[in-house]
Design a protein around this ligand. Structure first.
Ligand code: KG4
Ligand code: ZN
Length: 347
C-alpha cells in the first residue's frame, strides 16, 4: 500500500470529530462541538455530551467525506478513539466506527486519544524521527512522554500528581467569573495583564521535589493560591484585577511546563520536543517554549492551534501511522477504556 487513506473518529469528550488523511496529508477535519450545551453547568456533562455525539455523528461524517471528496468504499482503514475519555461518549464513537467498518469491510483500529494529540503534528511537519520528547497538555492529562516511535513505543516519564493544566485553567477561570472552557478565555484576558504582577507558586520545582518529582507536575496548589489571593482582595473590598491575575497564573503554569519539558529533553538526550493537547494552543506556552527551546538547541514541533484541541484528524493521523507500520487491526469486540494508559497506543 502506498499512503493509506484513513478516516478518524473522535468522541472522547465534547467534540464530535471526523478527520480524513492520506498518509501525512490532511484531507478533511470536521468538528461539531457541544460546548455551548455545557457552558451553563461550568463543565462537560457526560450524558449531554453522549447525546450530542449521537446527533452530530452522521452530519459530521457527511461533511468530512464531501470536503475530502472521498467515498466510504475508498478507505484503507477506520481509526477511532478507544480511550481515555468519558465512557458514554467513547461508546458512541466506537459503535459508529464498528458499524461503518462492518458495512464497508474496512479494518478498524482503536487508538489512544493522548497519543493522537501528539501524532497530529505529522500532518504539519511530516513523519516523526524516533527519539523525541512530547509535552502533552490537555483538559484531563498533563504528561511528559518519551516517544521512541509514535505508533509502537510511547512511555510516560512524568505526569501531574493532581490537576491537569487545562483543568487548572478551567477552575481558575471559574473563580474569576469567566466562562467555560477557561483556557482560551484566560489566554485572551492575560494579553492585557502583567505576568509579573503577582508571584504565584511553581509546583514541584523545589530542590526536594526535583529528586522525587523531577518530571511530574502539580497545579492544585497554584489554583488554591489564586483562590486565596482573590478572596483576600474581595474581603478587603478591593477590585480583582482579572487581567493581571490571568497573566500571573498563566505565567506560573507556562514557566513550569516549559522548564520541565526542556529538562526532560536534556535527561533523555533528545534535541526534539513535540507538544500536543488543548493547552498547546496557548499563546504564552507556545511563545515561551519557542524561546527556551531555541536557547537549549532543541527543535520544537508544534501543531497549529486548530489541531491542538480535540479533533478527528489527530485520530486519523495516528491511524495512518499504525497502518503504515503494518500493525494488525483491533479485535471485533473492541471496547472503550476510559482510563487507557498512554503506553497502549493501539487497542
Ligand atoms: O485536548 P482538549 O481539547 O480536550 C481534552 O482531551 O481534555 O483540551 C481541552 C482543554 C481545556 O481545559 C481548555 O481550557 C484548554 O484545553 N485550552 C486552553 C486553550 N485552548 C484550550 N488552555 C489554555 N490556553 C488555550 N488557548
Ligand atoms: Zn484531548
Amino acid at each position: 500500500m502506498s499512503e493509506p487513506l484513513i478516516l478518524g473518529i473522535e468522541s472522547s469528550c465534547d467534540e464530535t470529530g471526523v478527520g480524513i488523511v492520506r498518509g501525512t496529508t490532511l484531507l478533511a477535519n470536521e468538528v461539531a462541538s457541544s460546548v455551548e450545551e455545557h457552558v451553563r453547568f461550568g463543565g462537560v456533562v457526560p450524558e449531554v455530551a453522549s447525546r450530542a455525539h449521537l446527533q452530530a455523528f452522521v452530519p459530521t461524517l457527511r461533511r468530512a467525506l464531501a470536503a475530502a471528496d472521498v467515498d466510504l468504499g475508498d478507505l484503507d482503514g477506520i481509526a477511532v478513539t478507544a480511550g481515555p475519555g468519558l465512557m458514554g461518549a467513547l461508546v458512541v464513537g466506537i459503535a459508529a466506527a464498528k458499524a461503518l467498518a462492518a458495512a464497508t469491510r474496512t479494518p478498524l483500529y482503536g487508538v489512544n486519544h493522548l497519543v493522537g494529540h501528539v501524532a497530529v503534528d505529522v500532518l504539519e511537519h511530516g513523519r516523526l524521527p524516533g527519539g523525541s520528547v512530547a509535552l502533552l497538555v490537555s483538559g484531563g492529562h498533563t504528561s511528559l512522554l518519551r516517544v521512541g516511535d509514535i505508533a509502537t513505543d510511547v512511555t510516560e516519564i512524568g505526569s501531574t500528581i493532581d490537576d491537569a493544566a487545562g483543568e487548572a485553567y478551567d477552575k481558575v477561570a471559574r473563580l474569576l467569573g469567566l466562562p467555560y472552557p477557561g483556557g482560551p478565555v484566560i489566554d485572551r484576558a492575560a494579553a492585557d495583564g502583567d505576568p509579573s504582577a503577582i508571584s504565584f507558586p511553581r509546583g514541584l520545582t523545589g530542590p526536594r521535589d526535583r529528586q522525587r518529582h523531577r518530571f511530574d507536575f502539580s497545579f492544585s496548589g497554584l489554583k488554591t493560591a489564586v483562590a486565596r489571593w482573590v478572596e483576600t482582595r474581595e474581603r478587603d473590598g478591593l477590585d480583582v484585577p482579572v487581567a493581571d491575575v490571568a497573566a500571573s497564573f498563566q505565567e506560573a503554569v507556562c514557566d513550569v511546563l516549559t522548564a520541565k519539558a526542556v529538562d526532560a529533553c536534556a535527561a533523555v538526550g533528545s534535541d526534539r520536543l513535540l507538544i500536543g493537547g488543548g493547552v498547546a494552543a496557548n499563546s504564552r506556552l507556545r511563545g515561551l517554549l519557542e524561546e527556551r527551546c531555541a536557547a537549549a538547541g532543541i527543535a520544537l514541533r508544534r501543531p497549529r492551534p486548530g489541531l491542538c484541541t480535540d479533533n478527528g484528524a489527530m485520530i486519523a493521523a495516528l491511524g495512518a501511522q499504525v497502518v503504515e507500520r503494518g500493525l494488525p487491526p483491533s479485535p471485533a469486540d473492541l471496547g472503550a477504556d476510559s482510563g487507557l494508559p498512554v503506553s497502549r497506543i493501539l487497542v
